[in-house]
Design a protein around this ligand. Structure first.
Ligand SMILES: Cc1cc2nc3c(=O)[nH]c(=O)nc-3n(C[C@H](O)[C@H](O)[C@H](O)COP(=O)(O)O)c2cc1C
Length: 352
């Protein structure tokens, strides 16, 4: 029996944020055994020149301060994204701010970018300098900052040299005004500044620049984002963040909580965004598909819709890291059954 099967039920008796804190402490202390690494040639791919051993990553928000990227890589993830990190430390919203929707296999959070700030994150990442393993760094802005671009530029200046890839997160629903940065003009201005900051911060081996988008977008928003991605040379998209919508299917009492909904109820909405953005960009810009992945089928659906890589967070709340090898084994089977020799061959298969 895996460790999580043993301690998972106890963790789920605690309030969700306490359980998360204990998990990070356990991971830091090194007492968590690996859920088991699954390796197979069909899972390997090269995206942005980075060699991914498998396409399944840990989404942002789990390791906000870059405390445990290597411990999570050891759980079998093909890559880990840390953050969101803001330039200055901030406490986030009052607790409680993280809620399980058990009956729906969902989560609602209104954390509000609680994190220790870029200095601490840089120190943590510096400690792992020279190690292998793909670690992306996700940037946010401090709540009080008026000129958002300044914060992202600061994040780039402090963290880009520690990152396998950088993410501009403009899609969290818990920072007032943040998602408005997805509009055509503000997005173009922001990404132009960020691109300049990145070229200045790192002269060679510049990490790819990714933009993380919300699932709650109109067709016009999506077309605008695609146009700006092209004009500002964004290297990749992450689709999607949590949703502010509440599907009618939700039954858990916590469905009334304010914040962003993630987990199983988000799966189809986010896959649709992956599909739309893949189509709008003609498959020319790699997409990381995230939202509601909870088994091999939901993971594979994102790839077929156009995701070159995938991530998850919420499903781990219910199934623990033992889900990682389960999904990877299932992906190997599905690729083989459909006659694909690698993940890359299956990317966007639904559009052909
Ligand atoms: C508790 C929690 C905190 C999160 N914090 C962040 C964050 O700081 N930055 C970010 O870009 N996304 C954050 N996310 C969103 C996830 O990275 C992911 O996009 C979303 O949860 C959908 O994936 P999932 O359904 O597998 O959880 C957070 C999600 C959760 C549940």
């Amino acid at each position: 029996m895996g460790l999580y099967k043993l301690i998972g039920p106890a963790l789920r008796c605690l309030d969700a944020e306490t359980a998360h804190g204990l998990t990070i402490t356990a991971l830091k202390s090194g007492v968590v055994p690996s859920a088991g690494r699954v390796t197979h040639a069909s899972l390997e791919s090269n995206v942005w020149g980075l060699p991914f051993a498998n396409p399944l990553g840990l989404a942002a928000g789990f390791d906000k301060n870059a405390e445990v990227p290597d411990a999570m890589l050891a759980q079998g993830f093909g890559f880990v994204e840390v953050g969101s990190i803001t330039p200055r430390p901030q406490a986030g919203n009052p607790k409680p701010r993280l809620f399980r929707l058990k009956e729906d296999a969902g989560v609602i959070n209104r954390m509000g970018f609680n994190n220790h700030g870029a200095d601490i994150a840089a120190r943590n990442l510096n400690k792992r300098a020279g190690r292998t393993g793909i670690v992306g760094v996700n940037l946010g802005k401090n709540k009080e900052t008026v000129e958002a671009a300044d914060d992202y530029a600061k994040g780039i200046a402090q963290l880009a040299r520690h990152a396998s890839y950088m993410v501009v997160n403009v899609s969290s629903p818990n920072t007032p005004g943040l998602r408005a940065l997805q509009g055509r003009e503000p997005l173009e201005q922001l990404l132009t500044v960020v691109r300049g900051a990145l070229d200045e911060a790192v002269q060679s081996d510049t990490p790819p620049l990714l933009l993380k988008i919300a699932p709650d977008l109109t067709d016009e928003d999506k077309a605008d984002i695609a146009a700006v991605v092209k004009s500002t040379r964004v290297d990749g998209l992450i689709a999607t963040n949590t949703t502010i919508t509440r599907p009618d299917t939700l039954v858990a009492a916590n469905r009334v909580e304010a914040g962003g909904l993630s987990g199983k109820p988000l799966a189809e909405l986010s896959t649709q965004i992956v599909s739309d953005m893949y189509r709008l960009l003609d498959g020319t810009v790699p997409i990381i598909g995230v939202g509601g992945i909870h088994n091999a089928d939901s993971a594979y659906a994102k790839i077929r819709a156009g995701a070159s890589l995938i991530q998850l967070y919420s499903a781990m709340v219910y199934q623990g890291p033992e889900l990682v090898p389960v999904i990877l084994r299932g992906l190997i089977e599905r690729l083989r059954a459909d006659g694909f020799s690698s993940v890359s061959d299956a990317v966007g298969a639904d559009h052909r």
